[in-house]
Write a protein that binds this ligand. Structure first.
Ligand code: NAD
Ligand code: ZN
Length: 682
């Protein structure tokens, strides 16, 4: 009976793992975390260890990845592209070592190489007489997909390698293995870009890299910031370097990208120390690393050790602790952004991940909720990695009780109650009410920001004050503010009110491009605004442009053209433009040349602040300095340019005097920035 149950579990596990392999390898769209997957896999292995008679060649433990899809031509690899077995802690690494020593005495004298375990996807690169001829994905380890055209778009992939480089002579046929990945910062930027254009965003860098490399149209791949590292020679007409360390050096000498984070360890002790050090470096890598790979350096020894299933014995992956957990989705909240985009977020039963309690996580967009069929009450899988906002990966469908409720996007904006709109072909839902209070604060914040109207000294706190006091109902209201009104706000004295008004006034001089940026039309950033300002003399001219005409400008496609026309059609926006004109905020004619302006007055200068200033708090003063391009540091050194000194200054003043550093007061700072001068030139 027991046996029967275990057989059932075994079969179910095989099916489950097969399904997850398919989602991960073929669709580039997993529904569970790698940690979860690893647990299923470990359980499968444990059952197979008890019942070796159940293992068949199609068990997931015997095969690699997923079969090549029909999308691409098939490529047979010159040698099997194997996987790696896992260790989860240093004890596992020791146990691995002990097993190997039992198998082969030589392991006692072995040295090792430690490499980052790049969380990307394997590629196999073929070179003939130094020329890149073909590249493939891993597929099932025997046969992969031909992605040559896509790989050619990678700037880090050498299309030609020198046939002779010092001592290294390239064999007529060389096959190299590497990992294609996306750096974390690039991933975030790409997702933002996709979100802006209303396209589907990706869940993590690994799936983005896989999805980007496996595009049918190489032109799309070319727009994706893919990078690559190589780490092995698969085949070189029978020749191999004697050690892994030499392989890496050889690859580097040929011009292949090789990670700088690779280490040689002379023995087990050094190896364990190195693994520990790598563990603490986890967040320092600019790309995602899901562990380290330990390799026996001696290639002959490694080959002699053979392999188990799909894993070579001579190497092992030490996986980092999971940063993914499951918890209950208690509700779904909705934020309203500057452009009116509604973004759903998960309200979670608080849960600890990597030492931090997480209560909220992003749900990306409403399509994501629908695609993953996320229901309120579900147990969901969330991930928190480094400083990235925690996000929901998906529901754990098997954990459902039947009481979960499906979710529908709101029909009305949660902040203003207006009906929301969905633009054909886009993922996002929008609140198009430009008077929506949730949007107003973000709108004003954007309007006054550095790349836009650049109002020095007008930080987010003051923006909130102005909106909450009802003094600013749209961005044009800023120009109607009076000193009396400002003095009625908390924290405003004469000087501060005057400076703020002067700074608002000075922003009238900004060129048209900045004003267009400041309006925050969906899809129009600084570059697009610059192009528009070159073609149109003022906002009136721009407001009369039709969609077709706008599309004649390079970089402006139908969606953005539509967004511009739409924006000027909104009655509230028309009124706003009129109001700006009435307030004299009306740049026109040829665009000004300098883009820096007041924003850069303190560029490259370093400040220390001490004592109490007459009209600004220290945080505000810091904001002012930073907004003008300067830097604020904590302590005085010979590299300090200015000490900004208020009343009751202490030891910093003494130190600055000793070092002969320039000392200024608040008025001196304002003179430097030029914020006090109303007619500041751009
Ligand atoms: N979430 C899911 O649904 C799901 C499904 C399938 C697989 N997975 C993940 O994939 C893993 C299995 O995939 P796998 O078979 O590729 O094994 P693996 O990812 O555990 O390890 C092997 C792979 O590591 C890569 N690698 C990165 N850096 C390397 C280096 N320096 N040297 C050598 N190899 C390096 C290679 O691509 C190699 O194929 C699972 O452990 C899980 O994390 C997740
Ligand atoms: Zn609204």
């Amino acid at each position: 009976m027991e046996e029967h149950n275990q057989m059932t579990e075994y079969q179910e596990l095989r099916e489950q793992i097969q399904y997850h392999n398919y989602r991960y390898n073929v669709l580039d769209d997993p529904v569970i975390s790698d940690g979860e997957y690893d647990r299923l896999f470990a359980r499968l292995k444990a059952i197979e260890a008890e019942h070796p008679e159940w293992v068949t060649s199609d068990s997931p433990t015997q095969r690699v990845g997923g079969a090549a899809t029909g999308k691409f031509a098939k490529v047979r690899h010159p040698a099997p592209i194997l996987s790696l077995s896992n260790a989860f802690n240093l004890a596992d690494v020791r146990a691995w070592y002990d097993r190997l020593v039992k198998l082969d005495e030589r392991v006692k004298r072995a040295d090792f190489v430690v490499e980052p375990k790049f969380d990307g996807l394997t590629v196999v690169l073929h070179y003939e007489n130094g020329l890149f001829t073909q590249g493939a994905t891993r597929g099932d380890g025997e046969v992969g997909e031909d992605v040559t055209a896509n790989l050619k778009t990678l700037l880090t992939l050498p299309l030609r390698i020198p046939v002779k480089k010092g001592a290294a002579e390239v064999p007529p046929r060389l096959t190299v293995r590497g990992e294609v990945l996306i750096f974390i910062a690039d991933f975030e930027e790409l997702n933002q870009r996709l979100q802006k254009t209303g396209e589907k965003t990706y869940v993590n860098p690994r799936n983005t890299a896989a999805g980007s490399l496996r595009q049918l149209d190489p032109k799309i791949t070319a727009t994706r910031p893919l990078k690559m590292f190589t780490y092995a020679i698969v085949d070189a007409d029978g020749w191999t370097p004697q050690t892994q360390w030499e392989s890496l050096a050889y690859l580097k000498a040929c011009g292949f990208p090789v990670s700088e984070y690779v280490y040689h360890c002379a023995n087990l002790d050094e190896l364990l120390t190195c693994c520990e050090a790598m563990q603490s470096k986890r967040d320092e890598f600019p790309f995602e690393v899901d562990g380290v790979v330990i390799k026996i350096n001696d290639q002959k020894l490694a080959a002699d050790l053979g392999y188990v299933g799909k894993d070579p014995r001579g190497a092992i992956a030490l996986k980092y602790p999971a940063r993914e957990v499951t918890t209950i989705l208690e509700g779904i909240g909705v934020n309203v952004g500057r452009t009116g985009v509604l973004t759903p977020y998960a309200m979670l039963q608080p849960v600890e991940v990597g030492g931090v309690i997480v209560k909220q996580a992003t749900l990306h967009n409403f399509d994501f909720i629908e695609e993953k069929d996320i229901r309120v009450g579900d147990r969901v899988l969330i991930k928190r990695a480094g400083d990235v906002i925690p996000y929901v990966i998906g529901p754990v469908v098997d954990a459902r009780s039947g009481k979960e409720t499906p979710y529908a996007p709101p029909q009305n904006c949660p902040a203003c109650g207006e009906t929301v709109e969905h633009i054909e072909g886009e993922v996002a839902w929008y609140c198009v009410n430009s008077a929506c209070p949730a949007q107003l604060i973000r709108n004003v914040e954007h309007f006054v920001s550095r790349g836009a109207m650049d109002m020095v000294g007008l930080g987010i706190k003051i923006v909130e004050q102005l909106v909450e006091a009802g003094l600013v109902k749209d961005v044009a209201d800023l120009y109607g503010l009076t000193k009396e009104q400002l003095l009625g706000l908390e924290g405003f004295a004469d000087k501060k009110a005057e400076n703020l008004l002067a700074s608002i006034d000075a922003s009238r001089q900004r060129p048209l491009a900045r004003l267009i940026t400041a309006l925050g039309i969906r899809g129009i950033g600084e570059v697009g605004a610059g192009d528009l300002a070159k073609k149109y003399a003022d906002l009136d001219a721009l407001s009369q442009a039709g969609s077709a005409e706008l599309q004649t400008i390079e970089g402006i496609g139908p969606n953005i053209a539509e967004a511009i026309v739409d924006w000027f059609e909104q009655p509230a926006n028309r009124a706003l433009v009129k109001k700006l004109k009435a307030y004299g905020v009306w740049p026109s004619g040829a665009p000004a040349t300098s883009a820096g302006g007041a924003g850069q007055a303190l560029l490259g200068l370093s400040f220390v602040i001490t004592g109490t200033l007459p009209s600004y708090s220290r945080d505000e003063a810091k904001e002012l300095i930073q907004a003008a391009g300067g830097k604020v540091v904590g302590s005085v050194s010979k590299n300090t340019d200015y000490l900004l000194c208020g009343e009751a200054a202490g030891s910093k003043l003494e130190k600055a005097q000793q070092l002969g550093i320039k000392i200024i007061d608040e008025a001196g700072l304002l003179r430097l920035i030029g914020a006090a001068g109303a007619n500041q030139k751009e």
